[in-house]
Ligand binder design. Structure first.
Ligand SMILES: Cc1cc2nc3c(=O)[nH]c(=O)nc-3n(C[C@H](O)[C@H](O)[C@H](O)COP(=O)(O)OP(=O)(O)OC[C@H]3O[C@@H](n4cnc5c(N)ncnc54)[C@H](O)[C@@H]3O)c2cc1C
Length: 420
């Protein structure tokens, strides 16, 4: 923990995560004369960066059109539209390259440091801040903020051993999804959209999935409560995961929370193939004379499906040959393939990425500067806001963008004018 003798700061940033660091670096780069302090309650900064992307840090996504980019944010897309025209993934790539970290793109568009190590990203941010004279205080937690009449702030921060009182001309809250800080935000007059988890897997106990853990399907369609998502699916020991499920969990985060993670899920294992089309394929497969004496279970009609999955879906037919199955059984099989019903009975954790939806109400923040519309000289960036993206690097991107915008505004001696 740095020893702190200074109590008055031009800028205090609470939260030593990606948004806080990005803002601190941007601010110090633009205005080196300002004194900038980052306060982090954990013993080390950038904890989530270090564990992100399975230890590889999925920094951003190779999507360079702001209009398309916002479609990956179940909450916050509209507010980010303008922000992304100022700083988007191409700027992130350039920023990291300029600061010594080269990124690479994987086939699905996710971008990682070429080292495949999240430490590279954390080291870059820490060293960047240090070089610019940004002071980082770890092991100190913000307890209280008081907005003073001259538009500055008095902060009470605390470690196990001591309490400090600090004063800041400008304050950035980049505290992620920390529940305690949300109370502080409320005490300053802001509203909070209630937080609920996003990006999780579905717990499903169903005989048809037994023995299939590890099986993946390239393209399925999922339906739940009026929501539809497409993409790859992975069967796990506990139920279903993979990009299609994670996207559905993000878009359905609030609905699923309200339903206590109990909901009906419909899986089309054949992507967009309709019931009628599937039935037609099955009928022709049955009619084909070479198949007549072959068992349904071992002679799949859809070769794009893993053989083990086919066997489970067709299991109700038993040991019958194709020639012996009834019209009703064919219809039921078409239904199992295109509208397979499951009961979600809880949520699991997706270890590579996890975010909370909810946070500071977006209409109370000016997205040109990230300044509060409620309290002058107060700023927000990152996950503390009611913004969350689907998996793939979009969550860090919103932290880089909002952090960069906040840092730009924090560096200015007249942010208020910028706000108009
Ligand atoms: C396991 C995991 C993996 C992930 N992987 C990815 C990925 O690969 N790609 C991606 O795009 N997203 C990923 N995410 C999401 C991403 O980590 C977050 O969206 C991002 O970290 C948010 O950045 P932030 O700076 O807003 O908040 P945080 O990273 O949460 O940082 C906020 C900081 O503020 C500190 N703080 C909170 N309250 C106080 C207080 N009162 N006083 C002092 N300090 C305080 C916290 O300790 C924390 O260090 C992952 C998340 C998890 C959990």
């Amino acid at each position: 923990m740095a020893k702190l003798t200074q109590t008055n700061w031009d800028v205090i940033i609470v939260g030593g995560g990606p948004a806080g660091f990005f803002a601190g670096i941007r601010c110090a780069e633009l205005n080196p004369k300002l004194s900038v302090l980052i306060i982090e309650k954990a013993q080390q900064t950038l904890g989530k960066v270090l564990i992100s992307g399975g230890g590889r840090c999925n920094v951003t996504h190779a999507c360079f059109d702001p209009a398309q980019l916002i479609s990956f944010y179940p909450r916050g897309g509209a507010a980010l539209r303008g922000a992304f025209t100022r700083f988007h993934p191409a700027d992130t790539i350039q920023w990291f390259e300029k600061h010594g970290v080269k990124l690479k793109t994987e086939s699905d568009g996710r971008m990682f440091p070429i080292t495949d190590s999240s430490r590279t990203v954390a080291d870059c941010l820490r060293e960047g801040a240090k070089k610019l004279g940004v002071v980082v205080l770890t092991g100190m937690s913000l307890q209280k903020v008081e907005s003073l009449s001259e538009n500055s702030f008095r902060l009470e921060v605390q470690s196990e051993a001591r309490v400090l009182h600090l004063q800041a001309n400008k304050l950035l809250l980049a505290t992620g999804s920390d529940p305690k800080t949300r109370e502080i935000v409320k005490s300053l007059g802001h509203s909070i959209e209630e937080p609920v988890p996003s990006l999780f897997t579905f717990n499903i106990a169903d005989k048809r999935l037994e023995g299939l853990a590890g099986v993946s399907i390239e393209n399925v369609t999922l339906k739940m409560d009026g929501l539809i998502q497409r993409g790859p699916l992975l069967i796990t020991h506990w139920g279903l995961s993979g990009p299609a499920v994670l996207k559905l969990s993000a878009w359905g985060a609030r609905v699923l929370f309200d339903k206590k993670y109990h909901a009906a899920l419909i899986v089309n294992w054949l992507g967009d193939t309709t019931f009628d089309k599937a039935l037609d394929v099955l009928q022709r497969h049955k009619a084909w004379h070479e198949n007549a004496r072959k068992k349904v279970l071992t002679e799949p009609a859809f070769t794009q499906l893993p053989a083990r999955l086919w066997k489970q879906l067709a299991n109700f037919i038993g040991e019958k040959n194709w020639a012996d199955i009834s019209k009703t059984e064919l219809r039921k099989l078409a239904e199992e393939l295109t509208a397979c019903q499951f009961e979600i009975k809880g949520k699991g954790q997706f270890k590579e990425e996890f975010v909370t939806c909810g946070g500071v109400k977006l209409s109370e923040v000016d997205f040109k500067t990230m300044q509060s519309r409620v309290v002058k000289n107060l700023f927000f960036a990152g996950e503390v806001l009611d913004i969350d993206g689907v998996t793939g690097g979009f969550n860090f991107q919103s932290s880089w963008t909002t952090g960069w915008l906040a840092g730009s505004a924090l560096s200015s001696t007249d942010t208020e004018r910028m706000n108009r």
